[in-house]
Each structure stands twice: as C-alpha cells, then as structure tokens.
Design a protein around this ligand. Structure first.
Ligand code: ADP
Ligand code: MG
Length: 597
C-alpha cells in the first residue's frame, strides 16, 4: 500500500490479519447502539398504550388488556436493556483488546524494522524523534482504537437507524430533525482540515522535546561538569513552551467546535418540537410518534456534538498512523547479499579496490583507496584524526556502502555477502565502548549468548579483565549501569575486548582501542592484542606508533588517501609522513636506531 493512501486505509491494510476481529467488534458496537436507541421507542409505545387503549399498536397485535400490554412492554424493556448491556460489555472488551494487539504488533514491527535500517539513517534522525514514534504515536493509535473507532460506528448507526424510524413515523417533519446535520458535517470537515496541520505541529514539537530530553540525560556528566544545568533547564523550558504553544493553537480551534455545533443542534430540536406538536394538534401525528420523535431528536443530535472530539482523536491517530507506517515503509538502503560465508574457515583476506566514499555528496572522505590485507597478518592504519580510518572500518563492516570501487573478503564482494555472516566474522573493539545495562557476564556474552561460564572467564583473562572483575562488588554479576557508567573507562574497554574475544571472530579490528585509557590499561590491551592477533587477520588503528610497530604492514592514511605503506622499518627509512610522526612521538628512538643500525 502506497504512502500516499489515506491513513485509515493504510491502517486497515496493516491490520488485515485481524479483519474478523474488527468485524466482530463493529457488530457489537452497532448492536449496542441499536438497543440503546430502543428505549425511546418503548416510551412511544407506552404513551400509545395509555392514550389509545384498545386502538393501540399492541392491541392490534393481539395483546388486549391494558395490564397485559404494560407487562409485555416491561418484559421487552428488560430484555432490551440486558442486550444493550451485553453488547456494551462485548464491544468494550473487543475494541480494547484489538487496540492492545495492534499497538503491540505495531511497536514490535516498527522497532524491528528500525533496527534493520542503515546507520546513515540514524545519523540523520534524532533518537528522541524515533522514540516519540515508537512510543507516543503508537499510544495515540491505541487511544483511537480504544474509543474513537467505536464512537464513529455508533454515530453512523444512530444516524441511519433514527433516520429510518423518523421517515417511517412522520415523513413530513423528519427532515426538520435532519436539517442541522449537513451544517454539523460541513463544520466538522472544515474543522478537520484546519486542525490537521496544528496536530502535525504538536507531534513535531513533542518529538523535539523528547529528543532534547534524551540527549541531555545521556550527556548529564557533561552538563554537570560545565555547570550548564540552568542553561539546559532553559533550553528544555523553551522546547516545552513551544510544545505548549503548539498545543494551545490546536486546543483553541478544537474547543470552539462543540459550542458552534450545539447551536446547530438546538435548531433541529426546536423545529421538531414545534412543528411536530402542531401536527399532533391537527391530528395528523400520533402522540406516541410525537414523543418518540422528541426524545429521538436528542438522541440523534447530541452524539454529533462529540463528533468534534472524535474527529480530534481521529486526526491525531491518523497523523500518528502515517508516521508509524511511513517508518515501516522505509526500505533499508543496505540490503544483505545472499552469498554465505562459512561459519568456520574464513581466511580473512581483505581487499579494497579503488574505493571511494563520501557521507555527503561533495565532501569526499576516501579517494581511490587500495588496501590488501593478507589473511592471518596484522595490519595497521595510522594517520591524522579525520583522515578516514574509522570510515574504512565502517565500510568493512558494511555499515555503509562504497560509492565507487569495491571491497572483497576472501574474494567475495561485500555486497554479495550476507551481512549477518560478514559482521559475525568481524570482532570490533572501538574507542567509544558501549556496554548494556546488565551484569558483566551478560555484557561479555553479548556476542555469543549461551556461552559457558568457563569460556567467559577465559575470554576475560585473555582481555586481562579477569583480575579487576573478581574485585568488583559482585564479581562477574556486578551490574555495570547504563552504558557501563559504573565502571572506569579502562575497565569498560577491557570488558569490550573480552566480549570480542568470546565471539572468537576470524577478523579482529581495534579502532583506537587504547586512545582513551591509562598507561597500565594500554599495556594490558597491547598484550591482549598481541596474543589475539596470532594467526588471525587483525587490523589495528592507533595514534601511538609504538603500539603498531610490529604490524606486518602499515598504511598511512591522509585526507582519505593511502599515502604510504610498508613495514615500520621501511616507513621509518623513507622520508615521509610516517617518519615525521615517528620523530615527533619518539625522536630519540630513531636517533638511537640510526646510530646503532
Ligand atoms: P578517523 O577515524 O581517521 O579519525 P573518520 O573516518 O572517523 O576519521 O572520519 C573521516 C571524515 O569523515 C572526517 O572528516 C569526519 O568528519 C567525516 N565523518 C565521519 N563520520 C561521518 C558521518 N557519519 N557523517 C558525515 N561525515 C562523517
Ligand atoms: Mg577514528
């Protein structure tokens, strides 16, 4: 179903699995309304009974005595009221359960879908915005299905059934009662058109507010350390104020609706009252029919006053529906290939062939990059910050697709490979570690759920994390806090290495894994890398050249180009960037090396 289709149709299409439940709930709502309209009819029959006596409707049906007529009327009333209650209960339960089911499915579907979208999507989208779709919009829809859908069905039932009754009872004045309806509908639709953009604006404002809140809570340490609490509180207040203002604009319009419609209703009511009464006086209308009409006019027109609120709910729900379904309609730009990568026996031969890449058109990040990483070897990338090293890693994980050229793993173009297989083959340890709220064990086992305790401990030992873990308050069961904030940076880094070690991938990548840690941790990580890289394709990106000097091959990246490549010895002997970097970092070592070697 295309995104330009009306939102209600899109919603039905989405919920087509539940067609039968929707139909049942609709039936219950309709029956409930019909039995709800019946009592005024019974009043008419009762008036008929006491006024007409032997000529009454019931008498013509063969119920002769007044007593029998009244008792049968009472019995009928009882049955109708019971049925009304029964269907009231049923439609309540069915619509609410449907609302629960659909909101649950939508939320899960939308979340799973979002996870499949490419990384670039998340960079353009704020997480608060996404949160507001996954939470608020889904809830909005639930509210509509809870009450709005039933309302709409019942109003339609009311208009149709009361209309039928009127035209049977008194065709000559029935149209008077219906006079206001076109005005009400016209007003409603005008209202609907004018309110829709205001609600869209409200949704947008709440998205911005959410995004600010999420961002600030995530950066609370920064806020505190720069003592910017007052400033941030102001910014939140600004966003909240503009949300409030946006809502006010919507409220101003929506509140004007009911009073206006009420005026239209009173016209229909008084006309029926007066002209119906006149006809009774002239003997052209039965008293019973007249009383039915007076009562039913109210029943007909009053629910229409709620049409405003219902449209309101409908509008909000449809704005939300569009946002959710638009999200679900987004096609992931990076599609998995079909070529399988063997679970074991990935050699890890990586080739970049004239790779060009940019995040945004016009600002090239990589240009004609040729890289050849031999299986089982350790390769290093060095270069100034912003030169494109991390980008190379992201391309290798196929978090982005190359713009030109190609990348191959063991001879397969990455775009042909199943992305799951590809990513399973790579263990990435990066500078900004992300730990999940949970225990140390859960975080280490993240990439291999179901790993045994001894394997987890072995991985922790390999990452030189075991010793500090057992010293934590609850050892391996210590809860690390959101994003692992209860641990030090070095501890988090070592747990992230243990996590990669447990995954035991054929290819390891360390992207500035030692940049943000103390000397002791750096040395520990250095030892882990050396141990892990034996006979395994390993890529190390590091600032400090001493940490990569043993790599079999070093690529020097500058402004998105490979400017030098070779072993440490070759590069130091060559008068280039690497050599000058090396001189800056450890000038003495070079001098010494020169003199002795
Ligand atoms: P390095 O890891 O060598 O420090 P990166 O590969 O992270 O450098 O970044 C290379 C260039 O690409 C930088 O100029 C950076 O600003 C830019 N860049 C990185 N990530 C993105 C992104 N998601 N969107 C736009 N530009 C980006
Ligand atoms: Mg980087």
């Amino acid at each position: 179903m295309s995104a330009s289709a009306p939102p209600l149709r899109r919603l039905f299409h989405y919920a087509r699995r539940h067609r039968r439940r929707i139909r049942a709930a609709t039936t219950f709502s309709t029956l409930n309304k019909i039995f709800d309209i019946a009592p005024p009819l019974l009043i008419g029959v009762a008036v008929d009974v006491v006024v007409e006596r032997d000529d009454s409707l019931l008498a013509t049906w063969g119920i002769e005595t007044l007593q029998a007529q009244l008792w049968s009327l009472a019995g009928l009333t009882l049955v109708i009221w019971m049925l009304e209650s029964l269907f009231e209960y049923l439609h309540g339960v069915w619509w609410r359960n449907l609302a629960q089911t659909i909101q649950h499915e939508l939320r899960i579907d939308a979340y799973s879908h979002v996870q499949r979208l490419e990384l670039a999507y998340f960079e353009d989208q704020s997480s608060g915005e996404l949160m507001s779709i996954l939470n608020d919009d889904v809830n909005q829809l639930e509210r509509f299905l809870d009450i709005g859908a039933n309302e709409i069905i019942q109003v339609s039932t009311t208009v149709i059934s009361i209309g039928t009754i009127f035209f049977i009872l008194a065709p000559s004045i029935a149209w008077l009662a219906f006079l206001p309806i076109p005005i009400i509908l016209w007003g409603s639709f005008r209202f609907q058109r004018r309110i829709a953009p205001r609600y869209a604006d409200v949704r947008e404002k709440v998205g911005e507010l959410n995004s600010r809140l999420a961002n600030n809570l995530g950066g609370i340490t920064t806020i505190k350390s720069f003592t910017r609490e007052a400033y941030e509180a102001d910014r939140v207040a600004d966003d909240s104020t503009s949300y409030q203002a946006s809502n006010r604009r919507a409220i101003r319009l929506s509140s004007a609706f009911s009073p206006l419609i009420r005026m239209a209703i009173v016209i229909g009511f008084t006309f029926t009252l007066v002209f119906g009464g006149l006809q009774v006086g002239e003997g052209r209308l039965d008293v019973g029919a007249y009383s039915v009409m007076v009562f039913l006019t109210q029943r007909l027109l009053w629910p229409l006053t709620r049409l405003g609120e219902t449209f309101d709910l409908y509008q909000r729900a449809m704005a939300s529906t569009n946002r959710i379904l638009d999200l679900l309609d987004l096609e992931p730009k990076i599609e998995s290939g079909t070529q399988e990568l063997p679970a074991t026996g990935v050699a890890g031969h990586i080739e970049f062939d004239r790779v060009t890449f940019h995040y945004r058109r016009g600002t090239p990040v990589l240009e004609a990059v040729d890289i050849d990483i031999a299986p089982g070897e350790t390769t290093a990338f060095v270069g100034p910050t912003g030169s494109g090293k991390t980008t190379i890693v992201k391309l290798l994980l196929r978090l982005y697709d190359v713009v030109g050229g190609s990348i191959r793993l063991d001879g397969h173009d990455l775009r042909d490979l199943r992305t799951d297989d590809l990513r399973r083959a790579v263990g990435l340890v990066s500078q900004d570690v992300f730990l999940f709220h949970g225990t140390v064990v859960e975080n280490i086992a993240y990439g291999r759920p179901g790993a045994g305790r001894d394997e987890i401990v072995a991985a922790a030992r390999a990452a030189e994390a075991h010793d500090f873990i057992v010293d934590l308050p609850d050892g391996y069961e210590t809860v690390v806090g959101e994003r692992g904030q209860k641990l030090s940076g070095g501890q988090r880094q070592r747990i992230s290495i243990a996590r990669a070690v447990l995954k035991d991938p054929p290819i390891f990548i360390f992207d500035e894994a030692t940049s943000a840690v103390d000397n002791e941790t750096e040395a520990a990580i250095q030892r882990s890398i050396e141990r892990l890289s034996v006979d395994r394709t390993t890529i190390v990106i590091a600032h400090r050249l001493s940490t990569i000097r043993n790599a079999e091959r070093i690529y020097v990246i500058d402004s998105g180009r490979v400017v030098e490549a070779g072993t440490h010895r070759e590069l130091v002997d060559h008068d280039g960037i690497y050599r000058s970097l090396w001189l800056v970092q450890t000038g003495e070592a070079v001098e010494h090396h020169r003199h002795t070697g």
